[in-house]
Design a binder for this molecule. Sequence first.
Ligand SMILES: NC(=O)c1ccc[n+]([C@@H]2O[C@H](COP(=O)([O-])OP(=O)(O)OC[C@H]3O[C@@H](n4cnc5c(N)ncnc54)[C@H](OP(=O)(O)O)[C@@H]3O)[C@@H](O)[C@H]2O)c1
Length: 297
Amino acid sequence: MKASLKPRLLLTGASGFLGHNIIQQAQQHYQIIGIVHKHTVNLSGLQLVQMDITDHIALRNIVREVQADAIIHTAAIGDINRCEQFPAETEILNVSTSIYLAKLAAEMQIPYVFTSTDLVFDGEKGGYHETDAVNPINHYGEQKVKAEEGIRIAYPRAAICRMPLMFGAGGAGSKNFFLPLLQKIRANDEIGLFTDEYRSALGAISAAKGLLKAVSAFNGTYHLGGPDKTNRYTLGKLMAQAAGITQPNIKAIQQADVPMPAPRPKDVTLDSSKAIAAGFVPMQNQAEIELILRSGM
Ligand SMILES: NC(=O)c1ccc[n+]([C@@H]2O[C@H](COP(=O)([O-])OP(=O)(O)OC[C@H]3O[C@@H](n4cnc5c(N)ncnc54)[C@H](OP(=O)(O)O)[C@@H]3O)[C@@H](O)[C@H]2O)c1
Protein backbone atom coordinates (compact mmCIF):
# COMPACT_ATOMS: atom_id res chain seq x y z
CA MET A 1 0.00 0.00 0.00
CA LYS A 2 3.03 2.40 0.12
CA ALA A 3 3.11 4.86 -2.81
CA SER A 4 3.04 8.53 -1.76
CA LEU A 5 6.13 10.40 -0.55
CA LYS A 6 4.14 12.09 2.20
CA PRO A 7 4.29 10.49 5.66
CA ARG A 8 1.43 8.06 6.20
CA LEU A 9 -1.12 8.79 8.91
CA LEU A 10 -3.49 6.05 10.04
CA LEU A 11 -6.62 7.74 11.41
CA THR A 12 -9.34 5.81 13.22
CA GLY A 13 -12.73 7.52 13.43
CA ALA A 14 -12.19 9.18 10.03
CA SER A 15 -15.98 9.48 9.53
CA GLY A 16 -16.49 11.11 12.94
CA PHE A 17 -16.48 14.68 14.14
CA LEU A 18 -12.85 15.00 15.13
CA GLY A 19 -11.71 12.69 12.32
CA HIS A 20 -13.33 15.01 9.77
CA ASN A 21 -11.43 18.00 11.17
CA ILE A 22 -8.13 16.12 11.35
CA ILE A 23 -8.51 15.17 7.68
CA GLN A 24 -9.09 18.85 6.75
CA GLN A 25 -5.96 19.94 8.59
CA ALA A 26 -3.72 16.98 7.72
CA GLN A 27 -4.39 16.12 4.10
CA GLN A 28 -1.86 18.60 2.72
CA HIS A 29 1.00 17.10 4.73
CA TYR A 30 0.04 13.43 5.11
CA GLN A 31 -1.16 10.53 3.04
CA ILE A 32 -4.16 9.65 5.21
CA ILE A 33 -5.46 6.13 5.60
CA GLY A 34 -8.83 6.61 7.30
CA ILE A 35 -10.67 3.83 9.10
CA VAL A 36 -14.47 4.12 9.06
CA HIS A 37 -17.14 1.76 10.36
CA LYS A 38 -20.82 2.49 9.60
CA HIS A 39 -20.37 5.77 7.70
CA THR A 40 -18.08 6.76 4.88
CA VAL A 41 -16.11 9.80 3.71
CA ASN A 42 -16.18 11.11 0.14
CA LEU A 43 -12.89 12.84 -0.40
CA SER A 44 -10.40 12.33 -3.19
CA GLY A 45 -6.88 11.40 -2.19
CA LEU A 46 -8.01 9.66 0.99
CA GLN A 47 -7.50 5.91 1.36
CA LEU A 48 -10.43 4.40 3.24
CA VAL A 49 -10.68 1.14 5.12
CA GLN A 50 -14.15 0.12 6.31
CA MET A 51 -13.95 -2.19 9.31
CA ASP A 52 -14.90 -2.85 12.91
CA ILE A 53 -11.71 -2.14 14.85
CA THR A 54 -12.89 -4.19 17.82
CA ASP A 55 -11.91 -7.16 15.60
CA HIS A 56 -8.32 -7.08 16.79
CA ILE A 57 -6.98 -9.64 14.31
CA ALA A 58 -8.34 -7.61 11.39
CA LEU A 59 -7.01 -4.44 13.01
CA ARG A 60 -3.52 -5.90 13.43
CA ASN A 61 -3.50 -7.00 9.78
CA ILE A 62 -4.50 -3.55 8.56
CA VAL A 63 -2.00 -1.72 10.76
CA ARG A 64 0.82 -3.96 9.52
CA GLU A 65 -0.32 -3.70 5.91
CA VAL A 66 -0.58 0.10 5.69
CA GLN A 67 2.86 0.71 7.27
CA ALA A 68 1.79 3.99 8.79
CA ASP A 69 4.30 6.52 10.09
CA ALA A 70 1.88 7.60 12.84
CA ILE A 71 -1.52 6.70 14.29
CA ILE A 72 -4.19 9.06 15.63
CA HIS A 73 -6.97 7.14 17.37
CA THR A 74 -10.27 9.05 17.54
CA ALA A 75 -12.73 6.15 17.14
CA ALA A 76 -14.75 5.79 20.32
CA ILE A 77 -18.22 5.52 21.71
CA GLY A 78 -18.43 9.03 23.06
CA ASP A 79 -22.12 8.92 23.98
CA ILE A 80 -21.81 9.24 27.75
CA ASN A 81 -25.30 7.92 28.44
CA ARG A 82 -24.73 4.86 26.23
CA CYS A 83 -21.49 4.09 28.09
CA GLU A 84 -23.40 4.36 31.37
CA GLN A 85 -26.14 1.98 30.21
CA PHE A 86 -23.90 -0.51 28.35
CA PRO A 87 -20.51 -0.40 30.09
CA ALA A 88 -19.33 -3.88 29.06
CA GLU A 89 -20.25 -3.45 25.39
CA THR A 90 -18.74 0.06 25.07
CA GLU A 91 -15.57 -0.87 26.99
CA ILE A 92 -14.36 -3.10 24.16
CA LEU A 93 -13.77 -0.14 21.83
CA ASN A 94 -13.08 2.57 24.40
CA VAL A 95 -10.61 0.54 26.46
CA SER A 96 -9.37 -2.76 24.96
CA THR A 97 -9.03 -1.54 21.36
CA SER A 98 -7.33 1.70 22.42
CA ILE A 99 -4.74 -0.29 24.39
CA TYR A 100 -4.32 -2.86 21.62
CA LEU A 101 -3.59 -0.10 19.08
CA ALA A 102 -0.95 1.29 21.47
CA LYS A 103 0.71 -2.15 21.50
CA LEU A 104 0.74 -2.23 17.70
CA ALA A 105 2.21 1.30 17.54
CA ALA A 106 4.84 0.29 20.12
CA GLU A 107 5.83 -2.74 18.01
CA MET A 108 6.33 -0.44 15.04
CA GLN A 109 7.88 2.37 17.14
CA ILE A 110 5.64 5.00 15.54
CA PRO A 111 3.87 7.94 17.24
CA TYR A 112 0.48 7.05 18.75
CA VAL A 113 -1.98 9.78 19.73
CA PHE A 114 -4.92 8.77 21.91
CA THR A 115 -7.94 11.05 22.44
CA SER A 116 -8.99 10.98 26.08
CA THR A 117 -11.34 13.37 27.89
CA ASP A 118 -11.65 16.04 30.58
CA LEU A 119 -14.26 13.72 32.15
CA VAL A 120 -11.46 11.71 33.79
CA PHE A 121 -11.86 14.32 36.58
CA ASP A 122 -14.66 14.62 39.13
CA GLY A 123 -15.23 18.33 38.50
CA GLU A 124 -15.00 19.40 42.14
CA LYS A 125 -11.95 21.65 41.60
CA GLY A 126 -11.60 22.84 37.99
CA GLY A 127 -8.43 24.17 36.35
CA TYR A 128 -6.99 20.65 36.26
CA HIS A 129 -3.31 19.99 35.53
CA GLU A 130 -1.96 16.74 34.08
CA THR A 131 -0.56 15.90 37.52
CA ASP A 132 -3.95 16.11 39.30
CA ALA A 133 -5.53 12.85 40.43
CA VAL A 134 -8.24 11.42 38.20
CA ASN A 135 -11.59 10.45 39.72
CA PRO A 136 -14.25 9.93 37.05
CA ILE A 137 -17.91 10.03 38.07
CA ASN A 138 -19.36 8.17 35.06
CA HIS A 139 -18.52 5.01 33.08
CA TYR A 140 -17.27 6.92 30.03
CA GLY A 141 -14.70 8.74 32.19
CA GLU A 142 -13.78 5.44 33.88
CA GLN A 143 -13.23 3.81 30.51
CA LYS A 144 -10.90 6.59 29.39
CA VAL A 145 -8.93 6.30 32.65
CA LYS A 146 -8.56 2.53 32.11
CA ALA A 147 -7.45 3.12 28.52
CA GLU A 148 -4.91 5.76 29.60
CA GLU A 149 -3.47 3.40 32.23
CA GLY A 150 -3.18 0.52 29.76
CA ILE A 151 -1.64 2.73 27.07
CA ARG A 152 1.01 4.09 29.46
CA ILE A 153 2.09 0.52 30.21
CA ALA A 154 1.93 -0.68 26.59
CA TYR A 155 3.70 2.33 25.12
CA PRO A 156 5.11 4.95 27.51
CA ARG A 157 5.97 7.27 24.58
CA ALA A 158 2.32 7.49 23.46
CA ALA A 159 0.66 10.92 23.49
CA ILE A 160 -2.46 10.88 25.66
CA CYS A 161 -4.46 14.00 24.81
CA ARG A 162 -7.32 14.90 27.15
CA MET A 163 -9.85 16.73 25.00
CA PRO A 164 -12.52 19.11 26.34
CA LEU A 165 -16.04 19.70 25.00
CA MET A 166 -15.47 20.40 21.30
CA PHE A 167 -17.57 22.17 18.68
CA GLY A 168 -17.52 22.57 14.91
CA ALA A 169 -18.38 20.93 11.60
CA GLY A 170 -18.30 17.14 11.48
CA GLY A 171 -18.23 14.11 9.20
CA ALA A 172 -21.15 11.81 8.29
CA GLY A 173 -20.83 9.89 11.57
CA SER A 174 -20.50 12.99 13.75
CA LYS A 175 -22.95 13.48 16.60
CA ASN A 176 -21.56 16.89 17.55
CA PHE A 177 -24.07 19.31 19.07
CA PHE A 178 -22.90 22.35 17.06
CA LEU A 179 -24.82 21.97 13.78
CA PRO A 180 -28.18 20.88 15.32
CA LEU A 181 -27.89 23.74 17.84
CA LEU A 182 -27.07 26.26 15.12
CA GLN A 183 -30.10 25.10 13.12
CA LYS A 184 -32.36 25.57 16.17
CA ILE A 185 -30.90 29.01 16.90
CA ARG A 186 -31.49 30.09 13.30
CA ALA A 187 -35.06 28.73 13.40
CA ASN A 188 -35.59 30.66 16.66
CA ASP A 189 -36.68 27.48 18.44
CA GLU A 190 -36.74 27.60 22.23
CA ILE A 191 -33.54 25.99 23.53
CA GLY A 192 -32.47 25.11 27.07
CA LEU A 193 -28.71 25.03 27.66
CA PHE A 194 -26.82 24.16 30.86
CA THR A 195 -25.17 26.90 32.88
CA ASP A 196 -23.77 24.61 35.58
CA GLU A 197 -21.34 22.42 33.64
CA TYR A 198 -18.05 24.28 33.14
CA ARG A 199 -15.64 23.13 30.44
CA SER A 200 -12.63 24.51 28.54
CA ALA A 201 -14.53 24.22 25.25
CA LEU A 202 -12.41 24.11 22.11
CA GLY A 203 -13.17 24.48 18.42
CA ALA A 204 -12.42 21.42 16.33
CA ILE A 205 -10.00 23.26 14.04
CA SER A 206 -7.77 24.10 17.03
CA ALA A 207 -8.26 20.57 18.37
CA ALA A 208 -7.23 18.93 15.09
CA LYS A 209 -4.15 21.13 14.79
CA GLY A 210 -3.26 20.31 18.40
CA LEU A 211 -3.53 16.56 17.76
CA LEU A 212 -1.30 16.88 14.70
CA LYS A 213 1.22 18.75 16.83
CA ALA A 214 0.97 15.85 19.29
CA VAL A 215 2.12 13.43 16.57
CA SER A 216 5.49 15.14 16.33
CA ALA A 217 5.99 16.83 19.69
CA PHE A 218 4.10 15.12 22.56
CA ASN A 219 5.15 12.16 24.73
CA GLY A 220 2.97 11.46 27.76
CA THR A 221 -0.21 13.16 28.97
CA TYR A 222 -1.41 16.60 27.82
CA HIS A 223 -4.50 18.76 28.27
CA LEU A 224 -5.81 20.34 25.06
CA GLY A 225 -8.39 22.73 26.48
CA GLY A 226 -9.61 25.99 24.99
CA PRO A 227 -8.68 29.35 26.55
CA ASP A 228 -12.20 30.17 27.81
CA LYS A 229 -13.95 28.78 30.90
CA THR A 230 -17.38 28.27 29.45
CA ASN A 231 -20.66 26.34 29.51
CA ARG A 232 -23.15 25.32 26.85
CA TYR A 233 -25.36 28.36 27.55
CA THR A 234 -22.48 30.79 26.89
CA LEU A 235 -21.47 28.86 23.77
CA GLY A 236 -25.07 29.04 22.48
CA LYS A 237 -25.09 32.82 23.00
CA LEU A 238 -21.77 33.17 21.15
CA MET A 239 -23.13 31.08 18.28
CA ALA A 240 -26.26 33.24 18.04
CA GLN A 241 -24.15 36.40 18.02
CA ALA A 242 -21.90 35.03 15.27
CA ALA A 243 -25.00 34.02 13.26
CA GLY A 244 -26.40 37.56 13.60
CA ILE A 245 -29.37 36.50 15.77
CA THR A 246 -29.79 39.35 18.25
CA GLN A 247 -32.55 37.85 20.41
CA PRO A 248 -32.06 34.07 20.46
CA ASN A 249 -34.63 32.01 22.31
CA ILE A 250 -32.04 30.44 24.62
CA LYS A 251 -32.99 29.62 28.22
CA ALA A 252 -30.51 28.94 31.01
CA ILE A 253 -31.16 25.54 32.57
CA GLN A 254 -29.44 23.39 35.21
CA GLN A 255 -28.33 19.78 34.89
CA ALA A 256 -30.92 18.83 37.51
CA ASP A 257 -33.67 20.03 35.11
CA VAL A 258 -32.86 17.18 32.66
CA PRO A 259 -32.51 13.75 34.28
CA MET A 260 -29.88 11.72 32.36
CA PRO A 261 -28.44 8.22 32.91
CA ALA A 262 -24.83 9.49 33.33
CA PRO A 263 -23.88 12.08 35.97
CA ARG A 264 -21.79 15.00 34.73
CA PRO A 265 -19.09 16.82 36.67
CA LYS A 266 -19.55 20.50 37.58
CA ASP A 267 -16.21 21.98 36.52
CA VAL A 268 -13.72 20.03 34.42
CA THR A 269 -11.87 23.05 33.04
CA LEU A 270 -8.32 22.21 32.04
CA ASP A 271 -5.01 23.97 32.49
CA SER A 272 -3.38 23.44 29.08
CA SER A 273 -0.13 25.32 29.62
CA LYS A 274 1.97 22.16 29.16
CA ALA A 275 0.55 21.56 25.66
CA ILE A 276 0.75 25.27 24.81
CA ALA A 277 4.46 25.26 25.74
CA ALA A 278 4.86 22.30 23.35
CA GLY A 279 3.23 24.15 20.44
CA PHE A 280 -0.57 23.78 20.91
CA VAL A 281 -2.39 26.99 19.85
CA PRO A 282 -6.04 27.08 21.03
CA MET A 283 -8.20 29.77 19.42
CA GLN A 284 -10.68 31.82 21.49
CA ASN A 285 -14.18 30.31 21.23
CA GLN A 286 -15.73 33.43 19.68
CA ALA A 287 -13.03 33.66 17.00
CA GLU A 288 -13.33 29.99 16.09
CA ILE A 289 -17.15 30.07 15.99
CA GLU A 290 -16.97 33.04 13.61
CA LEU A 291 -14.39 31.20 11.49
CA ILE A 292 -16.60 28.07 11.28
CA LEU A 293 -19.64 30.11 10.27
CA ARG A 294 -17.64 32.09 7.68
CA SER A 295 -16.52 28.79 6.13
CA GLY A 296 -20.14 28.18 5.12
CA MET A 297 -21.97 26.49 7.97
N1 LIG B 1 -16.67 15.44 20.75
C1 LIG B 1 -16.27 15.87 21.92
O1 LIG B 1 -16.73 16.95 22.39
C2 LIG B 1 -15.24 15.09 22.71
C3 LIG B 1 -14.86 15.56 23.98
C4 LIG B 1 -13.86 14.89 24.68
C5 LIG B 1 -13.25 13.77 24.12
N2 LIG B 1 -13.66 13.31 22.91
C6 LIG B 1 -12.99 12.13 22.36
O2 LIG B 1 -12.48 12.49 21.07
C7 LIG B 1 -12.53 11.38 20.19
C8 LIG B 1 -13.32 11.73 18.94
O3 LIG B 1 -14.66 12.04 19.31
P1 LIG B 1 -15.74 12.43 18.18
O4 LIG B 1 -16.67 13.39 18.80
O5 LIG B 1 -15.05 12.74 16.92
O6 LIG B 1 -16.50 11.03 17.99
P2 LIG B 1 -17.67 10.69 16.90
O7 LIG B 1 -17.99 11.86 16.06
O8 LIG B 1 -18.77 10.04 17.68
O9 LIG B 1 -16.97 9.62 15.96
C9 LIG B 1 -16.73 8.33 16.42
C10 LIG B 1 -15.99 7.58 15.33
O10 LIG B 1 -15.72 6.25 15.82
C11 LIG B 1 -15.98 5.33 14.77
N3 LIG B 1 -16.31 4.02 15.31
C12 LIG B 1 -17.25 3.73 16.26
N4 LIG B 1 -17.26 2.38 16.48
C13 LIG B 1 -16.31 1.84 15.66
C14 LIG B 1 -15.85 0.51 15.44
N5 LIG B 1 -16.37 -0.53 16.13
N6 LIG B 1 -14.88 0.32 14.53
C15 LIG B 1 -14.35 1.36 13.82
N7 LIG B 1 -14.73 2.65 14.01
C16 LIG B 1 -15.71 2.88 14.92
C17 LIG B 1 -17.16 5.94 14.04
O11 LIG B 1 -17.25 5.36 12.75
P3 LIG B 1 -18.65 5.29 11.93
O12 LIG B 1 -19.36 6.60 12.15
O13 LIG B 1 -18.19 5.09 10.51
O14 LIG B 1 -19.42 4.13 12.46
C18 LIG B 1 -16.77 7.41 14.02
O15 LIG B 1 -15.91 7.68 12.94
C19 LIG B 1 -13.09 10.22 21.01
O16 LIG B 1 -12.04 9.50 21.59
C20 LIG B 1 -13.88 10.94 22.11
O17 LIG B 1 -14.00 10.12 23.26
C21 LIG B 1 -14.64 13.94 22.19
